[in-house]
Design a protein around this ligand. Structure first.
Ligand code: ISL
Length: 553
């Protein structure tokens, strides 16, 4: 079995992880000093969000030199040392490949914008007119540039011009850069918005949609997408023992296998957004900022479709949080009275499915969303949306917008890691770039490590189970009691062995009937977030956010 199928990945967002030099920003030496913490947790792989040279318009997802490290994060030597120190501890390092776009300060773009006949002109998309495509971060996806009187394409901010993958020279530049890092020991890639690298180059206008600028199907899954990924695999990936996970907005169970089908020679797995969109009202002018309640049945259906759709044909990535998503216990659960139970409940559901689980920094101690004044938020997505949707176009009231920010905005995940109960949660000796969540005195690593019932040790147990029990990595998946709006239950089964996972998704007391196969005496408890199960005649009385897994072997 490929190593990444038994691995658990831990995502580090470097600017918020640990600051070793007191400038208020996390850095690579900070990460090195915390590697033993990750060894204790038991993870196998670190996915590092971008550390490259960057003007930081989008916190490093705007790269101006792919082979240099941003000086506030450290030096190239620091990065090589991180790779080395991680490897000494049997931890692999996956870097972020942000190649759909560069920074406008990358030398390719600096050249490209100079003149229409510059050799770098074709590295990007230039046009004498714009269509009605919108940017993910508000407004038009086209920016007029004085120097040559043309527009360039940017699906993200105007400081993130899209690379033209039609140009074979661009692709070769990317392959060389990937080899550069892999030759330094990097073990794989998380590929940023990989589903957008191929464009519909006739740039058709959207016919239907809300507002002046529209985001829709032309923004992803372009005609040459899989040709490019296959070329990448042929030219680079196939030459290394590496893992790959593509971030793929617009991926669904029916096209997922094009990316990660075993016979495709493309990627190992992808990140879908299907389950993360379930509380967003789609197709409104408010974009991602118009929310509705999550329906648990939708969430179950989404996971089940991916679990079943990829079984024996592809491989799932399993995630609930990352640097673009809110803290899940605040978004869909309870981050006050039942914070600990709830965090363990989400972990149980996620980590006992088939796939490679991803833990986002702080998830393992149950970090929660924050509520700040609008001025405090740093994220370009929040700032642009506030200006466009609230101030300029008045699509949303400030109150409605702020409620959405508190629920789903990206800065919820980006507040500094809470290491202890000292000032700034021990993240920095200086002024943190984004205010530390005020609940750090109650939620921090130091306390978690002292409490054997903490969320941290629960994650550690789940990781240990994945490493030791092949049923978790190999078994089939079956949803149980699909229509139940309060309980998320599923079974994993293979060769007569089965695991039953049951989770109460709310604070109500709920009775749940177990299948006879699991009657008392027939099962072993694998993990549970309460001291004891309350079972009578196959009926289990579930306490608030109670979750457990039992097995019949
Ligand atoms: O922006 C979105 C919805 O608000 C997503 O569909 C978007 O495509 C996705 O979040 C892309 O994310 C990645 O690329 C961005 C960067 O800002 C994110 O941090 C990164 O994860 C641009 O590089």
């Amino acid at each position: 079995m490929q190593w990444w199928k038994k691995s658990v990945v831990y995502q580090i967002y470097p600017r918020s992880f640990y600051d070793s030099n007191g400038d208020g920003l996390g850095d690579i030496r900070g990460i090195i000093s915390k590697l033993d913490y990750l060894v204790d947790l038991g993870i196998d792989v670190i996915w590092l969000s971008p550390v490259y040279e960057s003007p930081q318009d989008d916190n490093g997802y705007d790269i101006s030199d792919y082979r240099k490290i941003w000086s506030s994060f450290g030096t190239e030597e620091d990065m090589f040392e991180l790779i080395d120190e991680a490897h000494k501890r049997n931890i692999k390092i996956v870097m972020d490949l942000v190649a759909n776009h560069t920074s406008d300060e990358h030398k390719w773009f600096v050249e490209s914008r100079k003149s229409k006949d510059n050799p770098y002109r074709d590295y990007y998309f230039w046009s004498d007119k714009k269509n009605n495509w919108g940017s993910f971060f508000c407004g038009s996806a086209w920016q007029y540039d004085e120097a040559t009187g043309e527009y360039y394409l940017h699906l993200f901010t105007k400081k993130q011009p899209d690379l033209n993958w039609e140009n074979p020279t661009v692709r070769n530049e990317i392959w060389d850069m990937m080899k550069f890092w892999m030759d330094k020991g990097v073990d794989g890639w998380r590929l940023d918005v990989i589903s957008s690298i191929s464009k519909y180059t006739d740039f058709p206008d959207y016919e239907n949609g809300q507002g002046e600028y529209i985001i829709g199907d032309y923004h992803m899954n372009g005609p040459r997408l899989h040709e490019y990924i296959q070329e990448m695999n042929r030219e680079v990936l196939s030459k290394y023992d590496c893992m790959t996970v593509g971030e793929a907005p617009g991926s669904h169970p029916d096209n997922a296998l094009l990316f990660c089908g075993q016979d495709r020679k493309e990627l190992n797995m992808i990140f879908t957004f299907d389950h993360m969109m379930l509380d967003i009202v789609e197709g409104t002018e408010a974009g991602k900022w118009k929310l509705k309640d999550l329906d648990l049945v939708d969430l179950k259906d989404s996971f089940a479709a991916w679990q079943n759709g990829l079984y024996k044909k592809g491989w799932n990535s399993l995630y609930l949080e990352n640097h673009d998503q809110a803290r899940v216990i605040s978004r869909w659960g309870n981050d006050t009275d039942y914070r600990v139970e709830c965090a363990k409940m989400f972990a149980t559901i996620l980590h006992l499915m088939q796939g490679t689980p991803y833990i986002y920094q702080g998830e393992e101690i149950g970090m929660v969303n924050c509520r700040y004044e609008i001025e405090e938020y740093q994220d370009v997505e929040i700032r642009n949306a506030y200006r466009d949707l609230v101030l300029d176009r008045k699509v949303l009231s400030k109150d409605d917008f702020m409620e959405a920010v508190y629920k789903i905005s990206r800065d919820n995940a980006r507040t500094p890691m809470q290491w202890n109960n000292e000032e700034h949660a021990g993240f920095t000796q200086g002024q943190p770039w984004l205010r530390v969540n005020p609940r750090y005195k109650e939620i921090n690593v130091e306390d978690a490590l002292k409490d054997k019932n903490s969320i941290f040790y629960y994650y550690k147990n789940l990781i240990e189970l994945r490493h030791t029990d092949p049923v978790i990595t190999e078994a089939d998946f079956r949803l149980i009691d699909r229509e139940n709006k309060e309980v998320f239950a599923y079974e994993r089964f293979i060769d007569g062995k089965s695991i039953l996972v049951v989770a109460n998704f709310g604070s109500n007391l709920v009775n749940f009937e177990l299948d006879k196969a699991y009657k008392i005496g027939n099962y072993d408890l694998m993990i549970s977030n309460y001291e004891d199960l309350d079972i009578n005649d196959n009926i289990v009385a579930l306490k608030p956010y109670e979750a457990f897994a039992i097995k019949n072997y």
